[in-house]
Write a protein that binds this ligand. Structure first.
Ligand code: ADP
Ligand code: MG
Length: 513
């Protein structure tokens, strides 16, 4: 007997990689017109599971049934033929082609043997309108921002008439406005009878969008629950223990008298940010909140020497740091965990050990020779301390999950004995379990006397982990709030304000000293 509403069924799927059991035994099913959330910590096996549906991997054991029939999915074409469309974390579009060309890649409508551009672009325009995105079919994909890329991927899925749409962490890279838009599209697709497999780390999205949740832990499905399940119960299923404290910030009493490690004075980059002044003391976590585009990343990149600035000074422990010189910033003890860890923080095709050693390689060399053994021992120690889940130090960083990749980025700065660590969106796209581990690392760093400067768009995180919060708006510091006065409302009202140039006294008054 086959249930007509059942689109997909997975039974006892297993997949191993050399040294790793990525999936041990997973069961999953998807029905018409539902959003089925796949929940699990980083490294639990979610991406591996969906790659078996998209034909990227084939299972070692277990069965996949589509519409009640057992199928073998051995490549993207099999998957497409079965009505399965996948939107990966890393998009699958060709940057140099147009939007229309990408949507119809390999399936362009033809007329008299030639590609019928007119029809292709008209069809693409229809699809884009259905998704509700304002982008020209002739635009080059390389010129689009992330939200639009995603919409183009969805339009492509619609063009394939997909009955199963798989989305791997689609909201990790979107602003809250874009998330709302995406949800509207997903709801419309669900109403049309499409089944959607939705991966997210944002627990609040589950109740808002989902119908059912399957929880995967260490390569096994450990539970299937309704999307209305309380968040703490979802967390408990996901990590196999309850997390007492989501933001375990330990506030050292003496931080106010501790020496200033980072001092930024009057930093200005014409047209980008203006008159940025602040200090971070040893043992302190200073958060930088603000809307996307407020200039937060630009400021910290300038502090780290990655970008130039026109006026002002950066000092570490009282010593000026040469501007626009990453080497000088690193030598002074500044480290940066960038927003874009895959692009800037890591060498994806190098091993864990090599990535951990990137910063220290220079200091580890003795008389021109790199102390490889010492390097390896240090990498082993730090990877263990960070709890990096991996097959071994020689595993390529590309194949680690997001949370584990981020631990490697932070780990390389720990190895380098960084005094001032700057974190730009340190937990974006990372699950709650790994988040708490990263927060604990931050606590260890500050306990050891480091200064931490943290940009985050995740307000509860900024409020929960910072000792003081700087709020930026339109390239300026709009205000500063001590932890006990920093509420969501207080931060938001500063973030949307129009800061004007203020005198120092006004600034002091504003800070409430
Ligand atoms: P998730 O998407 O839930 O974060 P993944 O499916 O990416 O988890 O990873 C599951 C496990 O399989 C992890 O331990 C990961 O390191 C490992 N893994 C994934 N892909 C590969 C690969 N190509 N080679 C080796 N190990 C891999
Ligand atoms: Mg994944």
């Amino acid at each position: 007997m086959s249930d007509p509403d059942e689109l997909l069924r997975i039974e006892g799927i297993r997949k191993t990689f050399p040294g790793v059991v990525a999936l041990d035994s997973v069961d999953f099913d998807l029905r018409r017109g539902e959003v089925h959330v796949l929940l699990g910590e980083n490294g639990a096996g979610k991406s591996t599971l969906i790659k078996m549906l998209s034909g990227a991997y084939t299972p070692d054991a277990g069965r996949i049934l589509v519409g009640g029939e057992e199928v073998r999915i051995q490549g993207a074409q099999d998957s497409e033929r079965l009505g399965i469309a996948t939107i990966y974390q890393e998009f699958n579009l060709v940057p140099d082609l147009t939007v229309a060309e990408n949507i119809f890649l390999g399936r362009q409508p033809r007329r008299l043997g030639m590609i019928d551009r007119k029809r292709m672009e008209a069809d693409a325009a229809d699809l884009l309108a259905r998704v509700g995105v304002n982008v020209s079919p002739r635009a080059r994909v390389r010129d689009l921002g992330i939200a639009r890329l995603q919409m183009v991927e969805i339009a492509k899925a619609l063009s394939l008439d997909a009955r199963v749409l798989i989305m791997d962490e689609p909201t990790a890279v979107l602003t809250s406005e874009e998330v709302e838009k995406l949800f509207a599209i997903v709801r419309a697709l669900r109403a049309d009878g499409v089944g959607i497999v939705f991966i997210t780390h944002h627990l609040e999205e589950i109740a808002a969008l989902g119908d059912r949740v399957t929880v995967i832990r260490d390569g096994r499905s450990v539970g299937q629950v309704p999307a209305s399940t309380p968040e703490d119960e979802l967390v408990r299923l996901m990590v196999g223990r309850s997390i007492e404290q989501q933001y375990p910030r330990e506030r050292p009493e003496a931080a106010q008298e501790a020496p200033v490690l980072l001092s930024v004075e009057g930093l200005t980059r014409d047209g980008v940010f203006h008159d940025i002044s602040f200090q971070v003391r040893a043992g302190e976590v200073v958060g930088i909140a603000g809307l996307v585009g407020a200039g937060r990343t630009e400021v910290v990149r300038a502090v780290f020497g990655a970008d130039p600035y026109d006026q002002g000074t950066v000092k570490v422990a009282g010593e000026p740091v040469r501007r626009h010189d990453v080497g000088a910033a690193m030598a002074a003890g500044i480290g940066l965990v960038p927003e874009d860890r895959k692009g800037q923080g890591l060498v994806l095709d190098a091993s864990v050990a090599e990535n951990l050693g990137l910063v220290t390689l220079r200091s580890a060399s003795r008389g021109g020779l790199v102390d490889l053994k010492g390097q390896h021992r240090a990498a082993e120690r730090i990877a263990g301390q960070l709890g990096v889940r991996m097959a071994g130090l020689s595993q390529h960083v590309r194949t680690l999950s997001g949370g584990n990749q981020q631990k490697v980025v932070i780990g390389k700065w720990l190895l380098a004995n960084t005094k001032v660590l700057i974190l730009d969106e340190p937990t974006r796209g990372i699950d709650v379990g790994a988040k708490v581990e990263i927060y604990q690392l931050i606590n260890e760093l500050t306990a050891a006397g480091a200064a931490v400067l943290m940009i985050s768009s995740d307000l509860p995180e900024v409020l929960g982990m910072s000792d003081r919060v700087l709020v930026m708006a339109q390239g300026r510091i709009a205000g500063e709030l001590p932890a006990d006065e920093a509420t969501q409302d207080a931060v938001m009202s500063l973030a949307v304000s129009t800061p004007t140039t203020t005198t120092t006294t006004e600034k002091e008054a504003f800070r409430g000293h």
